[in-house]
Design a protein around this ligand. Sequence first.
Ligand code: PEP
Ligand code: MG
Length: 906
Amino acid sequence: MSKQYVFAFDEGDGKNKHLLGGKGANLCEMTQIGLNVPPGFVISTEACLEYQDLKGLPPGLMDTVREYVRRLEGKARKGFGDASNPLLVSVRSGSAMSMPGMMDTILNLGLNQQTLQGLIAQTGNERFGYDAYRRFIQLFGKVALGVPDEPFDEAFDEIKRDAGVKADVALNAEHLKEASRRFLDVVLQHTGKPFPEDVYEQLEIAIKAVFNSWMGKRAVDYRREFHITPDMANGTAVNVVAMVFGNMGNDCATGVGFTRNPGTGENEMFGEYLVNAQGEDVVAGIRTPKPVQEMEKEMPDLYRQLVDLRNKLEGHYQEVQDYEYTIEKGVLYCLQTRNGKMNAAAMVRSSVEMFEEGLISKEQALLRVNPEQLEQLLHPGLDPKHKQAPLAQGLPASPGAASGRCVFDADQAVILGRAGTKVILVREETKPEDIHGFFASEGVLTSRGGKTSHAAVVARGMGKACVAGAEGIQVDARARLATVGDVVLREGDVITIDGSNGNVYLGEIPTIKPEFSRELRTLLGWADEVATLKVMANADTPATAKVALDYGAMGIGLCRTERMFNAVERLPIVVEMILAHTVEERQAALDKLLPIQRQDFKDIFTIMAPRPVTVRLLDPPMHEFLPSEHQLEDELQALEQYRMSVRGRTAAVAAMRLDHAPDSITEDQVSAIIARKERMLRKVRELYEVNPMLGHRGVRLGITYPEIYDMQIRAILEAAAECRQAGTPVTPEIMIPQVITSQELTFMHREVNRIQAEVESQTGVKLEFKFGSMVETVRACTRAGELAKVAEFFSFGTNDLTQATFSFSREDAENKFLPLYTDNGILHDNPFEVLDVNGVGMLMQMTVEQGRKTNPALKVGICGEQGGHPASINFCHKIGLSYVSCSAPRVPVARLAAAHAKLKAK
Ligand code: PEP
Ligand code: MG
């Protein structure tokens, strides 16, 4: 064997996670920095890949494994398979990217009829021996031999029932001996073969089982969901580690911890432990563990050692760690460490505090926080004004508040979730196979388990609300209900959970948006200092401008004026303008719109002052402001029938010589409405375009109906003049959409100059503003050099530019074939969400280069949806854009992403 596939913990490279997996690399690293780690070795991910190719272990691998087991025996001073002094090992999976619970692990391997007796004799603890044995048979049976859990659980429940006990700890040695005997029978019945006695055979089967679990459905689904590609993690390593026991008596314990509170980020000891228990008991939620603070009283010396371990881990990794430990007969062993998965609030707080404590630099603090994660901080919390008493209380396992209908299994969560129903997954406890239910749910509620239970860890990672261990709730998944005292929750009943305090409520409670914390403001302030890219917002009302400003927008990069036309009281005036027969009629409508637009701009300019506001002139085709042809036809039909009935009633009234009107509306009035609708229908038919997205829109409107753009330009400049007169320093920017040629820009620029002269002479104010172009057609990209002679700035409209580059309709592609393209890997991402750097990006790069060749001072930004996406922002930084503009809630994400882009480019 030429390649080295096996590495002892004292020889493996602790930085090489790709080769040794995260767990293996960290075990090597911890061993080499002198932490008390049980001895062991790692079989590399390369061996796993080889195994997948060969459909078997690489030749000679088991010989090397035997050699490393012999070394391990030397370090542990025990013998593998030795009947009097047996070495037991755990066999654990671990890939470069953490995939909690997605792959398999086997404990207590090396037990058989003989070594069991050795273990019992050595520990003088028969109960412990049989407990370890029955656990091993079940786990090995399930993971390595494919025996389901149920027959084991049924046999075990029967033993407990016969013994009249509820908790596992209440079973004595005889009960556990009986359990081991029955479990061996279960294996024989299910596999047709006796349980393997040979310890090396056990080891070989276990290694293969772990390698197989890399391609298991759970792991494959997880990788797909979290976009874990082969260059991020390829294959799992296998860690073979000498067992240490937390369940040998009351001077033993097992626990898990975070070096800081993963819910809040607070710098405090955080975690849970169980005395006389094995690791999986804490995570599985079988017994409810104690908070680590209790250890200070119960085992003060060990608590001090644990504090020391925590400090060393954080000091070394300069990162919050999620660690597992076992105390065996008063000795503390660290079994695992990995970077702690925390919610966004905790990441932000710990980043800022770790910098303030001198542990990390500002740059490290910024890079620790994933920009995408920041959106979690905008998650709603419960309105504090609500008066409702909680129905039950559990542990605050993952912050955020969520309401939804109760569902009691993951499949049902998916069915209802897909149908658009908000659901809360309610379980006794969750297991890795429930993962699809997490994706489909608003939040998760469990009745058992602690803050480090599976439900808690997974929900936190996903930023979903979770209340765990609400023990007052009895969950009966089979009957699809849960009871809390006298209250029965059935599937479909609405509940609200608050993952920040652990409360569970009946019904839906209103939620409110959270405030920015001091730490978030600090971190984003650092981001702004570092970044070159400015972050603007797309906003078109004073209200959204205020929100954008609050989120730290440095201006408005896109104010879509058409959105202002859509307000209820304005639409009729816009319709009047569209239906106008003559320029005079159109002008009359525009005269009514002018003061309205001017006030809008004044309000927005004032809110944003002195920051720039880029106003885009009218873009969509006119028919978008009119009802559809179908709607008008239906309405006309109904109105015609109504007119007939009014006419009939009027005639009847006349015939009966009655003098009062049959109805308040007259035939004439109905006829007038019909006439107006008919006019609208004619206009809709006249404006009809087969392909409106490529039709009469943008600057083409400005050229065919110059009076519309004139009104808008005048409103902008008059608003700016009024602001200046009021002492408000404003810098508007006028932006022309859908440009294809410099002649269009020159035409519009002349109009702007003319109106500027008029406004300046009317108001006596010297106006300062910029004139620029959207770049959202392919031709604009190819003519950038010419456009930049007229434009002072460009803004990439990557929604339209993506549509044009791909020839994908932006209205339809995402609902039709695009999901199939991304699922099949034909396209890596949806290009309307993530900038297509290879296609659209190349056009952008060329545009920036050509534009700046003619006009070195040219300001260039992006205002399509992709402008708020971190990877796209990274690309925008690389090609030298001046700013990105995105929706207000994405602004914090974009600010951090802009800083990341700069730091990563270094
Ligand atoms: C764009 O096309 O990217 C853009 C910002 O304009 P709109 O989405 O309004 O067409
Ligand atoms: Mg556009």
